[in-house]
Structure formats: C-alpha cells, structure tokens
Design a protein around this ligand. Sequence first.
Ligand code: GLA
Length: 404
Amino acid sequence: MRRDRPALHARPVPTEPSVPAETQERVTRQFERLYRRPPALLAVAPGRVNVIGEHVDYNGGWVLPAAIDRCLVLAVAPRPDDRVRLATADFEGVLEFDRTDLAPGRARDWSRYVRGVMAGLAAAGHVVPGFDACIASTIPVGGGLSSSAALEAATGLAGLALAGGEMDRFALAKLCQRAEHDYAGVPCGIMDQAAVLCCEAAHLLLLDCEAETFVQTPLASAAWSLLIINSGVAHELASGEYARRRAACEQAAQRLRLPSLRHLPESGLDAALAVPGLTEEMRRCVRHVVTENARTQRCVAALAAGDFRAAGALVNASHASLRDDYRVSCDELDAIAAAAQAEPAVAGCRMTGGGFGGSCIALVQAEHAADVMRRVGDAFAARFGRRPTAFVTPAAAGARIVRP
Ligand code: GLA
C-alpha cells in the first residue's frame, strides 16, 4: 500500500492565532455604532469538524474533532447595571434581558445560548456583570460545524473574563453542554463544546467521552488537507431525530445490561445483536456505535503512522454506517460523499456532525483540493441545481480571549 508520510511525528510549532482582521473590524465597527464606545475584549471561538467518531459521544465513545478556521467573535464591554444587550454585525436589532433573569424557556431567539451559559456561570459562583455585546461569525449556521457551541464557548470565556474568574476548559465545555440541553432543548453529547474549547492548532482532539480525558494528536501534513463541503441543507430541524437516536442507544444499552454502548467491544457485537428484546432500530444503532468506536481507534493508529489512505477508508466506512445503519444522512450528503470518494486525490469522505444536512469532510491531497472542490460542486449542481460551499481548513486553535 502506498504511504504518504507527512511530518506527523514532528510536533509543529503552534503559531499564536489571531482574530481574522475583517471579522474583528466588522464586529468592532458595529459594537461602536450601537453602544458608542469600544469593546473591552473579544472572545474568539472556532467551529469544529469531526474527522471520525460520529454519534458516539453520548454513548461514552471516542471522537476525533478539529477546530476549523471559521470562527465566531464576541465583542463585549461591561455595564454598571444589570442589563445585557446582544447584537450582531449582520442584522439590525438588539436583544435585551436582565442578568438576574436567566430561567430556561424565557427566550426562543439566540439569546438563550447566552442566558444558558450565564446561568451555568452563576451557579458555579461566577458573578457576571451586565454587559453590551456584539457578535460576528464566519461559521455557517446550520452547516453542522457547531456555530452554537462556538457562541456558548465565547460567552463562557467572555463571562469568566468579565467576572474575573477562571475555570478548567473541559469543565466549561460541560457547562456549555448543559446550556444547550436546558436552553436549546438539544440533548447533545460533549464533543462540540469540548472541541471548540480544548482543540489546539495543528492537532486533532482524541476525546474519550466517558473518561472525559483527551489527547492532542498532531495533524501536520503538507500533503493532505481537511476539506469541508457544506450541503446547504440546514440540519437544525432534525433535533427530534437526534433525541430519538440517543434514546434508542440508551434503551439498547439497558437491554444489554451495559452502562453504555461504549462497553460493547466489536468482538461481542454478533452475540449482542442476537439478544432478544432489541428492536430493529436498536440493533442498527448498536451496530453503528460499536463499529464506529472501532473505526475511530483504527483511524487514530493510521494517522499516527502517516497512512492517510487507510484512515480515509475508515472515514468512508463511517459514512456508510451513518447512512445505512444509523440513518442520519440525506441525499445531498450522500451525493457529496459519493462524488468525493470517487476522486483519486481523496483518501476518504463522510458526513460530519449530527447529520440530516450540514457538511461533509474529505481528506484530500492538498495540491488537488481546488479541483476536487470544483468537480464535486459540478456533480452536486447537476443533481440539485445549486452549488455547495466548500473550503479547506487547517486544524485550528480553540477558543480564546483577545484584548483589542
Ligand atoms: C451533534 C452533537 C454532538 C454529537 C454529534 C454527532 O453535533 O452536538 O454532541 O453527538 O452531533 O456525533
């Protein structure tokens, strides 16, 4: 087998990440226009893409995300009173609420993410004063790239900075996850919030979602790139299906008398699938989760050995499992994956994130990325009458505070 040997073992020197100048200017201009003063600080939070390990985080499994170089910037300045005012650089209108009025269910707009994180910080003893805020983001909303986790993480870091507090990054990720559960009604796992807060530049984050430990896994290859292709199908509407998959996994684990599906090794899969009392839906979920955990372990080993082709084959198998067993893909994602997988320069391609829309990730030879984007776009356009958006991303840095 051909081996592409990138500099996987040479630990790259991480460059100090900055805020993209255009986004910083956009958010600062709008902040000053609305609030007649400059922001005191900026919280920057990236989106994330998951290389492999999909729909396993809430089963205690292993995931392998990277932060992407699309990010959300939250500009804030404290206020002397209890008001919180929120605006965006892209739309008119300011959302307002009182910092002491944080009960869940009060808002259906995007302030619920901010309220949820502030409530978590308050419960953890961090007194966040009133503040004015404005956001600008380059993460496509509904693209399956964790725009909401980025907003939660930016709020968490900004809130801590305003409160003069500190918190362990993973603990903050769990606080943000709780906000998503209680304020947005999405029973998500920990992957997105952990990725946004804990990823490092030039690394994938190998996260053990049960042990709540992670290893920074170098991904520094001049030869291979991460290509993201956004189907343009907004994925949010499907949160009911997400909850349903999660419930099926939990019921299956119960019937198999396991604390979670993580505890079922691949070698025990056939026997488990024969256990009476599992529905067909549960069986499909069990098969996906168990095989996906095994694929993730193998993929990590392949990447560590510099074998992107082997890693890519596992990525392709992950897509098939999500499509056929877990049933969280859609025609648009399947079309992108099929077109990309047929490209010789692509080691593997699959849907990434929650599914039912959103994006695909491809491991592509860097020098051919532009051609692959164009040809996959052509194939998609011939079928769906519009082009998907696509971009190459490095494994970027996690969320951080920047002083303007
Ligand atoms: C969404 C959730 C994550 C994870 C993925 C699927 O992104 O927020 O917790 O479950 O779906 O892997």
